[in-house]
Design a protein around this ligand. Structure first.
Ligand code: PLP
Length: 392
């Protein structure tokens, strides 16, 4: 098997920063206690969790008790949506949820699941630029709307949504507002007051911490039916022994990301623009998917007319370059991306797309090498397709 030499799939996951790993290590060995145990080793683990909660709360501008640790973005999204829905059902208070057509499946499938139980949902379509219009959300509001869920930044095309405006709108109507901020964490501000959110999902492995840990911010007073039953962890809100090393790692990684955010973003932006400009200048009939300005500093999503995206990815992999055709969670599915269809691409255009997502350790040389391989690959595949067409 060949090796990945150039990793351009940071929206799928990121490597653990060595500084994060170092902070985590003691909690696997010397300080392995269960935070619920009353003796010293347990108390040490409890203290580590309490500190992590306080450190994260400073970045989110919230109170530490408004943070619920989870197993990642998927669990946080499920908890936010199902928790709000079931509480309202139990208390006879409305039945309608608004979300968008291009959410991550953790949100979309949670809402679709609730529809099986009689909840009703409106899936607002983003514009062709990959941005949801506040007016379209407002037009979907009904007297029985209980929750609006709109992602902060899209995981496939990187477009940034007007979260603060949607939050203000939701609150004007007395509706709860959830945002899936999984892709935004690290690059965009996470101040929950300025974002006007009641619920916000994060996943540690997207910002150089390990997989399998995340959090849900829950604004004080937000009514939820907690979904994980068992012990009294997380103040009776999320049962299960806490992932102590993971939680410590997440807090450390988040602090590093926000301490270094300006430099990281400037670096990413320069690389992203080099990649986008290089592709559009060097490869004919290539189009950038999603708004060029309102997008994450590390996201490039492009369609190459007449070429199959998966085939491009296989060729890139043969050159040691890792990229993806969209969400890692749907890899292997032959369905075209629901995100690209939602912004108006045809199934054929959607299938001709690839996503390249950059990280803090990528270099200009890596971008230039990727451009060379990409240009050569697309040109060769197009030549092959036209030769096959002529032979038919
Ligand atoms: N939401 C978004 C926008 C994502 O990009 C992802 C992961 O790709 C998730 C949720 C799921 O997070 P996790 O992998 O931690 O379950």
């Amino acid at each position: 098997m060949n090796r990945t030499e150039i990793y351009l799939d940071h929206a799928a996951t990121t490597p653990v920063d060595p500084r994060v790993l170092e902070a985590m290590l003691p909690y696997f060995t010397e300080q392995f206690g269960n935070p619920s145990s009353i003796y010293a080793a347990g108390r040490q683990a409890r203290a580590a969790i309490d500190q992590a909660r306080a450190r994260i709360a400073r970045i989110l501008h919230c109170q530490p008790r408004e943070i619920v640790f989870t197993s990642g973005g998927t669990e946080s999204d499920n908890l936010a949506i199902k928790g709000v829905a079931w509480w309202h059902r139990l208390n006879g208070r409305g039945n309608h949820i608004i979300t968008t057509a291009f959410e991550h499946h953790a949100v979309l499938h949670s809402v679709q699941y609730l529809e099986k139980f009689g909840f009703e949902a409106t899936y607002v379509r983003p514009g062709p630029d990959g941005i949801v219009r506040v007016e379209d959300i407002e037009a979907a509001i009904r007297p029985d709307t209980i929750l609006i869920s709109v992602m902060y930044a899209n995981n496939e095309i990187g477009t940034i949504q007007p979260i603060a405006e949607i939050g203000k709108l939701a609150h004007r109507y007395g509706i709860l507002f959830h945002t899936d901020a999984v892709q935004a964490a690290g690059t965009l501000p996470l101040d929950v007051e300025r974002l006007h959110v009641d619920l916000l999902s994060l996943s540690a492995h997207k910002f150089y911490a390990p997989k399998g840990v995340g959090l849900l911010y829950v604004r004080q007073g937000t009514k939820l039916l907690w979904q994980q039953n068992g012990g009294s962890q997380e103040s009776n809100r999320r049962a299960g022994t806490e992932n102590v090393p993971g939680i410590v790692g997440m807090a450390t990684a988040l602090e590093l990301a926000y301490a270094e955010r300006e430099e990281r973003n400037a670096h990413l932006l320069a690389l992203r623009d080099r990649l986008i400009d290089g592709i559009l200048q060097r490869i004919p009939d290539a189009r950038l998917n999603g708004d060029r300005e309102q997008r994450l500093p590390n996201n490039v999503n492009v369609s190459f007319e007449g070429v199959d995206g998966e085939t491009i990815l296989l060729n890139l992999d043969m050159h040691g370059i890792a990229a993806s055709s969209g969400s890692a969670c749907t890899t292997g599915s032959t369905e075209p991306s629901h995100v690209l269809l939602a912004i108006g691409l045809t199934p054929e255009q959607a299938r001709s797309s690839i996503r390249l997502t950059l990280g803090k350790d990528n270099t200009e040389q890596e971008i230039d090498r990727t451009l060379d391989v990409l240009e050569e690959t697309v040109t060769r595949l197009r030549r092959l397709t036209s030769a096959q067409a002529r032979a038919r």
